[in-house]
Design a protein around this ligand. Sequence first.
Ligand SMILES: [Mn+2]
Length: 218
Amino acid sequence: MSARTIAIGDIHGCSIALAALIDAIDLQPDDTLVTLGDYVDKGVDSKAVLDFLIKLETRCQLISLIGNHDAVMLGAIDYQLSIEEWKSIGGTATLQSYGESERVADIPVTHAKFLRSCRLWHETSTHLFVHAAYDPERSLEEQDEATLLWQGIRDDVPGPHVSGKTAIVGHTSQKNGEIFDAGHLVCIDTNCWNGGWLTAMDVQSRRVWQVNEGGRLR
Ligand SMILES: [Mn+2]
Protein backbone atom coordinates (compact mmCIF):
# COMPACT_ATOMS: atom_id res chain seq x y z
CA MET A 1 0.00 0.00 0.00
CA SER A 2 1.47 3.36 -0.93
CA ALA A 3 1.24 6.25 1.51
CA ARG A 4 -2.26 7.63 1.69
CA THR A 5 -3.70 10.94 2.82
CA ILE A 6 -6.90 10.26 4.70
CA ALA A 7 -9.18 12.97 6.07
CA ILE A 8 -11.52 12.37 9.02
CA GLY A 9 -14.55 14.55 9.71
CA ASP A 10 -15.96 15.98 12.95
CA ILE A 11 -15.62 13.43 15.78
CA HIS A 12 -17.51 15.33 18.53
CA GLY A 13 -16.85 12.92 21.39
CA CYS A 14 -17.63 9.74 19.43
CA SER A 15 -14.70 7.70 20.75
CA ILE A 16 -16.08 4.27 19.83
CA ALA A 17 -16.67 5.43 16.27
CA LEU A 18 -13.15 6.86 16.03
CA ALA A 19 -11.52 3.62 17.18
CA ALA A 20 -13.67 1.57 14.80
CA LEU A 21 -12.89 3.90 11.91
CA ILE A 22 -9.14 3.63 12.49
CA ASP A 23 -9.50 -0.17 12.42
CA ALA A 24 -11.55 -0.01 9.23
CA ILE A 25 -9.00 2.04 7.31
CA ASP A 26 -6.21 -0.34 8.39
CA LEU A 27 -3.96 2.57 9.38
CA GLN A 28 -0.35 2.29 8.22
CA PRO A 29 2.67 4.13 9.71
CA ASP A 30 3.28 6.09 6.51
CA ASP A 31 -0.33 7.22 6.17
CA THR A 32 -1.02 10.91 6.69
CA LEU A 33 -4.19 11.33 8.70
CA VAL A 34 -5.76 14.77 8.61
CA THR A 35 -8.37 15.17 11.32
CA LEU A 36 -10.56 18.17 10.52
CA GLY A 37 -11.26 19.32 14.08
CA ASP A 38 -14.20 19.43 16.49
CA TYR A 39 -12.94 16.51 18.55
CA VAL A 40 -15.00 17.55 21.56
CA ASP A 41 -18.54 18.55 22.64
CA LYS A 42 -21.98 17.10 21.92
CA GLY A 43 -21.02 13.39 21.87
CA VAL A 44 -20.53 11.30 25.00
CA ASP A 45 -16.78 10.82 25.44
CA SER A 46 -14.60 13.73 24.38
CA LYS A 47 -11.96 12.77 26.95
CA ALA A 48 -11.51 9.37 25.31
CA VAL A 49 -11.34 10.97 21.86
CA LEU A 50 -8.45 13.22 22.91
CA ASP A 51 -6.68 10.29 24.62
CA PHE A 52 -7.03 8.27 21.40
CA LEU A 53 -5.79 11.10 19.15
CA ILE A 54 -2.72 11.64 21.35
CA LYS A 55 -1.85 7.94 20.96
CA LEU A 56 -2.52 8.10 17.20
CA GLU A 57 0.39 10.53 16.87
CA THR A 58 2.72 7.55 17.39
CA ARG A 59 0.99 5.34 14.79
CA CYS A 60 0.94 7.55 11.67
CA GLN A 61 1.63 11.05 10.40
CA LEU A 62 -1.16 12.81 12.28
CA ILE A 63 -2.12 16.32 11.26
CA SER A 64 -4.78 17.64 13.58
CA LEU A 65 -6.69 20.77 12.65
CA ILE A 66 -8.47 22.84 15.27
CA GLY A 67 -12.24 23.25 15.13
CA ASN A 68 -14.38 25.96 16.69
CA HIS A 69 -15.42 23.66 19.55
CA ASP A 70 -11.79 22.77 20.31
CA ALA A 71 -10.89 26.47 20.26
CA VAL A 72 -13.69 27.32 22.69
CA MET A 73 -12.57 24.51 25.02
CA LEU A 74 -9.04 25.87 24.92
CA GLY A 75 -10.43 29.35 25.59
CA ALA A 76 -12.20 28.03 28.70
CA ILE A 77 -9.05 26.24 29.87
CA ASP A 78 -7.07 29.46 29.45
CA TYR A 79 -9.78 31.59 31.17
CA GLN A 80 -10.23 33.59 27.96
CA LEU A 81 -13.87 32.49 27.72
CA SER A 82 -16.43 31.68 30.38
CA ILE A 83 -17.41 28.11 31.15
CA GLU A 84 -21.01 29.14 30.43
CA GLU A 85 -20.02 30.19 26.93
CA TRP A 86 -18.45 26.78 26.34
CA LYS A 87 -21.43 24.97 27.84
CA SER A 88 -23.81 26.84 25.57
CA ILE A 89 -22.31 25.16 22.50
CA GLY A 90 -22.06 21.63 23.92
CA GLY A 91 -19.27 21.82 26.46
CA THR A 92 -21.31 20.21 29.23
CA ALA A 93 -20.92 16.76 27.66
CA THR A 94 -17.17 17.32 27.40
CA LEU A 95 -16.81 18.40 31.04
CA GLN A 96 -18.89 15.41 32.16
CA SER A 97 -16.50 13.08 30.32
CA TYR A 98 -13.76 14.29 32.70
CA GLY A 99 -15.76 13.66 35.84
CA GLU A 100 -18.97 14.31 37.67
CA SER A 101 -17.77 17.59 39.16
CA GLU A 102 -17.57 19.13 35.64
CA ARG A 103 -14.47 21.13 36.42
CA VAL A 104 -12.07 22.57 33.85
CA ALA A 105 -9.31 21.80 36.38
CA ASP A 106 -9.89 18.08 35.73
CA ILE A 107 -8.76 18.39 32.10
CA PRO A 108 -5.22 17.00 31.84
CA VAL A 109 -2.41 19.28 30.73
CA THR A 110 -1.69 16.77 27.93
CA HIS A 111 -5.12 17.46 26.44
CA ALA A 112 -4.64 21.22 26.50
CA LYS A 113 -1.20 20.73 24.97
CA PHE A 114 -2.67 18.63 22.17
CA LEU A 115 -5.34 21.24 21.41
CA ARG A 116 -2.71 23.98 21.39
CA SER A 117 -0.68 21.98 18.85
CA CYS A 118 -3.55 21.78 16.37
CA ARG A 119 -3.24 23.72 13.13
CA LEU A 120 -5.63 26.07 11.35
CA TRP A 121 -5.14 24.48 7.94
CA HIS A 122 -3.12 21.93 5.97
CA GLU A 123 -2.37 21.52 2.29
CA THR A 124 -0.84 18.99 -0.07
CA SER A 125 0.06 19.51 -3.73
CA THR A 126 -3.56 18.72 -4.67
CA HIS A 127 -5.78 19.38 -1.65
CA LEU A 128 -6.37 21.91 1.11
CA PHE A 129 -7.88 21.06 4.48
CA VAL A 130 -9.69 23.45 6.82
CA HIS A 131 -12.26 22.92 9.57
CA ALA A 132 -15.11 25.06 8.26
CA ALA A 133 -14.63 27.30 5.21
CA TYR A 134 -12.22 29.62 3.40
CA ASP A 135 -12.06 32.79 1.34
CA PRO A 136 -11.55 31.57 -2.24
CA GLU A 137 -9.47 34.62 -3.19
CA ARG A 138 -6.94 34.48 -0.35
CA SER A 139 -4.01 32.17 0.27
CA LEU A 140 -4.29 29.94 3.30
CA GLU A 141 -1.80 32.12 5.19
CA GLU A 142 -4.08 35.13 4.66
CA GLN A 143 -7.37 33.57 5.82
CA ASP A 144 -9.36 34.95 8.73
CA GLU A 145 -9.46 32.56 11.66
CA ALA A 146 -13.20 33.15 12.05
CA THR A 147 -13.79 31.94 8.49
CA LEU A 148 -11.60 28.87 8.92
CA LEU A 149 -13.23 27.86 12.22
CA TRP A 150 -16.83 29.10 12.20
CA GLN A 151 -18.24 29.88 8.75
CA GLY A 152 -20.96 27.49 7.64
CA ILE A 153 -21.38 26.43 4.02
CA ARG A 154 -25.05 25.44 4.09
CA ASP A 155 -26.30 28.66 2.52
CA ASP A 156 -23.15 29.84 0.81
CA VAL A 157 -20.65 27.36 -0.60
CA PRO A 158 -17.25 29.03 -1.18
CA GLY A 159 -16.13 29.00 -4.79
CA PRO A 160 -13.03 27.15 -5.99
CA HIS A 161 -9.91 28.21 -4.08
CA VAL A 162 -7.41 30.38 -5.97
CA SER A 163 -4.81 27.61 -5.60
CA GLY A 164 -6.93 25.28 -7.74
CA LYS A 165 -6.71 22.68 -4.97
CA THR A 166 -9.71 20.64 -3.85
CA ALA A 167 -10.95 21.71 -0.41
CA ILE A 168 -11.78 19.10 2.21
CA VAL A 169 -13.86 20.58 5.05
CA GLY A 170 -15.98 19.59 8.03
CA HIS A 171 -18.08 21.72 10.42
CA THR A 172 -21.32 22.01 8.44
CA SER A 173 -22.99 18.79 9.55
CA GLN A 174 -24.72 16.94 6.75
CA LYS A 175 -27.94 15.90 8.48
CA ASN A 176 -28.67 13.17 5.92
CA GLY A 177 -25.35 11.48 6.76
CA GLU A 178 -24.11 11.81 3.19
CA ILE A 179 -20.88 13.49 2.07
CA PHE A 180 -21.49 16.86 0.38
CA ASP A 181 -19.46 16.98 -2.83
CA ALA A 182 -19.41 20.25 -4.81
CA GLY A 183 -16.44 19.12 -6.90
CA HIS A 184 -13.99 21.82 -5.78
CA LEU A 185 -15.13 21.35 -2.15
CA VAL A 186 -16.02 18.22 -0.22
CA CYS A 187 -17.62 18.31 3.24
CA ILE A 188 -17.20 15.15 5.30
CA ASP A 189 -18.95 16.16 8.54
CA THR A 190 -21.66 13.53 8.36
CA ASN A 191 -23.17 14.12 11.82
CA CYS A 192 -21.89 11.07 13.70
CA TRP A 193 -22.90 12.19 17.22
CA ASN A 194 -26.49 12.82 16.16
CA GLY A 195 -27.42 9.63 14.33
CA GLY A 196 -25.16 9.95 11.28
CA TRP A 197 -21.71 8.66 10.44
CA LEU A 198 -18.07 9.37 11.15
CA THR A 199 -16.41 9.59 7.75
CA ALA A 200 -12.86 8.92 6.57
CA MET A 201 -11.88 9.67 2.98
CA ASP A 202 -8.70 8.76 1.11
CA VAL A 203 -8.49 12.03 -0.81
CA GLN A 204 -6.59 10.61 -3.79
CA SER A 205 -8.57 7.43 -4.43
CA ARG A 206 -11.79 8.90 -2.96
CA ARG A 207 -12.35 5.67 -1.07
CA VAL A 208 -14.69 6.32 1.84
CA TRP A 209 -15.23 4.53 5.16
CA GLN A 210 -18.11 5.35 7.49
CA VAL A 211 -18.98 4.07 10.96
CA ASN A 212 -21.84 5.08 13.25
CA GLU A 213 -21.60 6.24 16.87
CA GLY A 214 -21.66 2.60 18.04
CA GLY A 215 -18.77 1.69 15.73
CA ARG A 216 -20.74 -0.18 13.08
CA LEU A 217 -19.19 0.02 9.61
CA ARG A 218 -21.58 1.07 6.88
MN1 LIG B 1 -17.30 23.03 13.84
